[in-house]
Design a protein. Sequence first.
Length: 145
Amino acid sequence: MNGFGQVAQGTPPSRRKVGPVWLIDDDPINNLICAQVLTKSEFSEEITEFERAMLALDQLLKMDPQELPEVIFLDINMPEMTGWEFLEAFEPWNEKNRSKIKVFMLSSSIFSGDKEKAGNYPSVLQYLEKPLRSRELDTLRDLYF
């Protein structure tokens, strides 16, 4: 702010940081890149990475409602439990928490049916293609936060 209560030229508008973000992806390199993009974009200060969807689901189901993540970025193709299997278990539980947790599919899948399928889950707000980019985060922030 300059002395006249106006934003000085070149100063980006203040943007609300999103609460806790969970990255659920079996690829540690992708999680590292996503965490860096989230941090650099000032999207969130609290980022938790899970390489196994089952661990994330187990932790989520045990959490106090005040501690839930605000955002989940979820991969589709993972061993043990796929993103689809995660959503099948998550959807019934999330009915009472739907307004608290926003899910975005983040996948490298080029199968057109995946995007369509993601739209069948009420918790999934958007389907994004890897890699996660800061301009996509800006768009998500503008649309949902």
